[in-house]
Write a protein that binds this ligand. Structure first.
Ligand code: RRO
Length: 312
């Protein structure tokens, strides 16, 4: 009797796998397909206050070891996603879903979060501090001063369950500094990681996506070691009340197992979901359960965070 069920922010999910924001979540139809798959829940495309067209196409390319994208935050606007989530609260009262959002400025972020706070939304909010693809807008969470200012202002009025989506960090001092900031706030989770920003993929003599002359966020196999390092670095540093969602390089049950071993309580699938469709959830769940059975683990708690180190 092996279970991959989990909890985030006190809400129960019957599976720890879900989509990563940006994949299979732009429209209600896509969200419904994830909802009705083997996934435990879904997260919406990151919503801004108003509809955005995003960057010119081609803007997402699957490549052999992963993906590159410069979507530029295309989305249907906050109300589209919030209305759907409020509908689901009536039709599926026993399930909890995630709303991803960010403003085009700190002011817009506050406007959006105040609307969510004032609404009847009972689910979980993920504030995306790591979009790498809007020309002229740096990834917020690489600027610790701005990040701290936003969080201190947000928690003055936002009282619903909130987590943040982080970019990958690459320096131990940055893990220390980021964790010290996050530990000051009542965050429910951090989600590690967004795509590795501004990679360049070349085929023959050309880039493969149009925006920014081909620079884009890298996902898939390329990023698993970075993702695992970020999951584990924050697992080691954050107060236990802040859970970790692991995202990056999940192709197989083994990859999901490694994220959980590093401390993840939920595992998101992006590039692989884009390549394979929602059938990926059933396959990866089955593969994860085989590994758990082989090792005699019945639940995620039996191995979460229990990464082994090599003794002196
Ligand atoms: O829409 C995007 O270009 C995008 C976003 Br908001 C994000 O957070 N991560 C990413 O790889 N692409």
């Amino acid at each position: 009797m092996v279970s991959t069920s989990t909890q985030i922010a006190g809400f129960a999910f019957d599976n720890c796998l879900m989509n990563a924001a940006g994949v299979a979540c732009m429209t209600k139809e896509e969200l419904a397909e994830v909802k009705d798959s083997a996934a435990g829940t879904f997260v919406t495309k990151t919503a801004t206050l108003d509809f955005r067209q995003g960057n010119p196409e081609p803007r997402y390319q699957d490549v052999p070891l992963g993906s590159i994208n410069s979507m530029g935050l295309p989305n249907n606007g906050l109300d589209y996603y919030l209305d759907y989530l409020l509908e689901l609260q009536e039709s599926e009262p026993n399930r909890t879903f995630f709303l991803s959002l960010v403003g085009m400025s700190p002011e817009e972020t506050h406007t959006i979060l105040k609307k969510v706070q004032a609404s009847d939304f009972k689910g979980i909010t993920e504030l995306n501090l790591s979009c790498p693809n809007v020309p002229g807008k740096p990834q917020i969470a690489y600027d610790f001063e701005t990040t701290e200012k936003i969080l201190s202002e947000v928690f003055a009025y936002f009282k619903k369950p909130l987590g943040i989506k982080l970019p990958p960090y690459f320096d131990i001092v940055h893990f220390d500094q980021a964790a010290a900031i996050f530990n000051k706030y009542p965050l429910e989770f951090v989600n590690c990681v967004n795509s590795i920003g501004n990679g360049l993929y070349i085929e023959d003599e050309s880039v493969v996506i149009r925006p920014k002359n081909g620079f884009g966020g890298i996902g898939g196999q390329y990023i698993k070691p970075t993702a695992l390092a970020n999951v584990h670095a924050f697992y080691q540093r954050l107060k236990p009340e802040i859970q970790i969602i692991g995202t990056g390089g999940v192709l197989t049950g083994r990859d999901a197992f490694e994220h959980i071993l590093c401390g993840a309580s939920m595992v998101q699938v992006g590039t692989t979901l884009h390549k394979e469709g929602v059938a990926a959830f059933e396959r990866i769940t089955a593969e994860l359960k085989v590994i758990m059975e082989e090792k005699g683990y019945e639940s995620l708690e039996d191995f979460r965070g229990k990464l082994k180190y090599i003794e002196e």
